[in-house]
Design a protein around this ligand. Structure first.
Ligand SMILES: Nc1ncnc2c1ncn2[C@@H]1O[C@H](COP(=O)(O)OP(=O)(O)OP(=O)(O)O)[C@@H](O)[C@H]1O
Length: 268
């Protein structure tokens, strides 16, 4: 359990000077969150707590509210009611999407969006945590620390040997890892990862599981995934969503043997 105060990414930004207070454990608090679309409750009094450094898997049938939940955390969707806190003190409902990203909550969408015409190294360089006001000087010269960081991330995502390869000719799995690497360059506190293994080969799936497992502890990771075998391979704790609420939480074995979960999935 991380019990110190963590300085959030973007602390240098003028609008963000707070610390992410995780001394009580959770880094994300969602309490009684409801979201309605034309009267339909996509989230219904949902409460969820993610601990600092944990790797949480979020499952649930189609329409359960997983995407809406991610949208609420990242500020894309505003809930009608409820509270959403980053650590003890940072009220995410008072922040817009860019401020939330700047504070250290990042999202990896299903489709990779790397820059095909740039190399692996250049993609990571572009993603370096910089003050965007100094954008024109970004490619001028990297300092040693920045080079070390890029190298560290390339090793982590298994692409160090492909440093000068154009991203456009990487495999689908490699592109996904590169994008995860680009997020890591921003030193996020929380990573929300949407269906990371869709379209991957078996080997790539295994490598992705290793990568996500290696990131826990340093980062808090929430993975939305439909593939139960994959979830089983990475999950410590699984949250099952159903009709906009948390149906149950526990280990993979616990949730898979829960009659309510079986009912929801099999429609029995
Ligand atoms: N912008 C919107 N307008 C109207 N209804 C929406 C909107 N976004 C989501 N919904 C509805 O809210 C419910 C929850 O959707 P959500 O996409 O969060 O589910 P999900 O668990 O991510 O599903 P899937 O696994 O299929 O991606 C669904 O019934 C969906 O049709």
């Amino acid at each position: 359990m991380m019990d110190e105060l963590i300085e959030p990414k973007g602390a240098a930004s003028p609008q963000f000077h707070e610390f992410v207070d995780t001394k009580h454990g959770p880094i994300l608090y969602l309490e009684d969150v409801s979201v309605s679309f034309d009267g339909f409750k996509a989230l219904n009094n949902l409460s969820l707590y993610i601990d600092a450094g944990e790797l949480r898997c979020l499952i649930g049938p189609n329409g359960a509210g997983k995407t809406t939940l991610m949208d609420v955390i990242t500020g894309k969707t505003r809930p009608d009611t409820g509270e959403v806190f980053f650590g003890q003190t940072i009220d995410l409902l008072k922040m817009d999407e860019p401020a939330i990203a700047q504070a250290g909550i990042c999202r990896k969408f299903q489709k990779p969006s790397v820059f095909d015409a740039l190399t692996v190294f250049e993609n990571l360089e572009l993603a370096l945590k910089t003050d965007k006001r100094t954008w024109p000087t970004l490619f001028s010269k990297l300092n040693g620390e920045q080079r070390d960081r890029i190298q560290e991330v390339m090793l982590l995502i298994g692409l160090a040997g492909l440093k000068n390869q154009l991203a456009g000719i990487l495999s689908h799995g490699q592109k996904q890892w590169l994008e995860i690497g680009m997020l890591l360059m921003q030193e996020p506190k929380v990573m929300l990862v949407d269906e990371p293994i869709a379209g991957m080969t078996h080997q790539e799936v295994e490598r992705t599981a290793e990568l996500l497992l290696s990131l826990q502890g340093k980062h808090s990771i929430v993975v939305v995934e439909h593939d139960m075998e994959f979830v089983r391979s990475i999950a410590r704790k699984v949250t099952v969503l159903h009709e906009g609420s948390v149906l149950t939480e526990g280990t993979m074995d616990e949730v898979q043997n829960d009659p309510r979960v079986i009912q929801v999935y099999l429609g029995g």
